[in-house]
Ligand binder design. Structure first.
Ligand code: UT7
Length: 349
């Protein structure tokens, strides 16, 4: 079996910059609070009526395809990771496919939130390794800004998230010592509601109980927004921030060590760690726990906020464009988020 390499990489973020001070105009928050707790200074927001998750993804994908030295016609499979799809269904992979003129090939959407890119990388790796596909396009893209609560009630979620997209093209490599060395995927559904976008959904209160769910009157359907949900403003993502933080600082180091140990390596062997950009404080904790130097970790949450499935490919691409990832470097990617899901991947570039 052949190894899988990243043959092309690209990212795209919308032009509109939204600073912490901009957010203070619509909710009770402050630049000081946001920077101190998350490290974020600004984020990008998509342009309404012109941009969406699939269009941002298509822009990043076009760059990755060109850098891989292929054309859209050469791509033989698409994987699209997002938690903010354009439509409830169908998924974003088919919308991106249409935009790039790649009709006919398989197109898969995955719903693994912050770990979406790492999960996608693992899926792509299996297809390439077995020889089923030669050019897999993997995209992570999000437009959070259309679906978050800009009132003070939603401030713990809203200040964190930003919009953007990243993409890679994965191909087989003849060199058995380089490319993706291993991927490690985990999840624990006990924590499903700790960071979730529950309403409107097709659950009719089955998991939380209709009383706790708060909408016992909802007899028919269930997938749609009821008048009461609308009145309550209960149609936004919710997060128990401290519970997520606590688990993240445990699982990030654990899953990075799992990847290193599988390959007989140590933290000192890492040339570049690309952590999912959840919170600068989480990245700093992980860095310290693993004893990594500043030049071994790439953080850009300060500029883009948390872009969920897009955060790893955006950071990876930025680090590569800055010349901080070179041929032969050991690159580690790790993510943790809603689900809870978490994972890691080790790549010899
Ligand atoms: O992508 C992966 C998933 N997400 C994460 O990894 C996020 C993990 N969690 C976190 O990053 C942090 O928990 C947050 C940044 C979300 C919140 O920080 P925290 O230090 O855990 O704050 P908290 O939720 O415990 O809230 C502390 C206080 C509260 O006020 P009181 O009750 O002490 O008066 C909040 O109401 O801070 C208040 N608060 C805010 N104040 C100003 C919450 N959000 C804000 C805000 N601006 N945006």
């Amino acid at each position: 079996m052949k190894n899988t390499k990243i043959a092309g990489i690209g990212f795209y973020v919308p032009e509109k910059v939204v600073t912490n001070n901009d957010l203070t105009k619509v909710m009770d928050t402050s630049d000081e609070w946001i920077q101190e707790r998350t490290g974020i200074k600004e984020r990008r927001y998509a342009e309404k009526h012109k941009e969406s998750t699939s269009t941002l993804g298509a822009k990043a994908a076009a760059i990755a395809i060109e850098r891989a030295g292929i054309t859209a016609a050469d791509v033989d499979f698409i994987i699209f990771a997002t938690l903010s799809p354009d439509y409830y269904f169908p998924g974003c992979a088919v919308l991106l496919q249409r935009q790039l003129g790649m009709q006919g090939i398989g197109a898969l959407d995955i719903r693994n939130q912050c770990s979406g890119f790492v999960y996608g990388l693992s899926i792509a790796d299996q297809f390439v390794k077995t020889g089923m596909y030669k050019n897999v396009l993997l995209v992570g893209s999000e437009v959070h800004s259309y679906g978050i609560d800009f009132s003070t009630k939603g401030r713990n979620v809203t200040v964190i998230f930003g919009d953007g997209a990243g993409a890679v093209v994965l191909q087989p490599t003849e060199d058995s010592t380089s490319g993706i060395l291993s991927t490690h995927l985990h999840a624990d559904g006990d924590y499903a509601e700790k960071l979730a976008y529950i309403n409107p959904g097709c659950h009719s209160g089955v998991h939380l109980g209709t009383e706790q769910f708060g909408y016992p009157e909802q007899e028919f359907g269930g997938a749609f927004l009821t008048e009461k949900m609308w009145e309550d403003g209960n149609y936004y993502p919710n997060m128990e921030g401290q519970a997520v933080f606590k688990m993240a600082v445990q699982k990030f180091p654990e899953v990075i060590m799992e990847a290193l140990q599988t390959n007989g390596l140590q933290p000192t062997d890492i040339d570049m760690l690309i952590p999912h950009q959840a919170n600068l404080r989480i990245s700093q904790f992980v860095q310290k726990r693993l004893g990594l130097r500043d030049d071994q970790v790439w953080n850009n949450i300060q500029k883009y906020g948390n872009t969920t499935a897009a955060s790893i490919p955006i950071a990876l691409c930025e680090a590569w464009e800055a010349g901080k990832i070179k041929e032969g470097d050991l690159v580690c990617m790790a993510a943790f988020g809603s689900g809870f899901t978490w994972g890691s991947a080790l790549i010899k570039w």
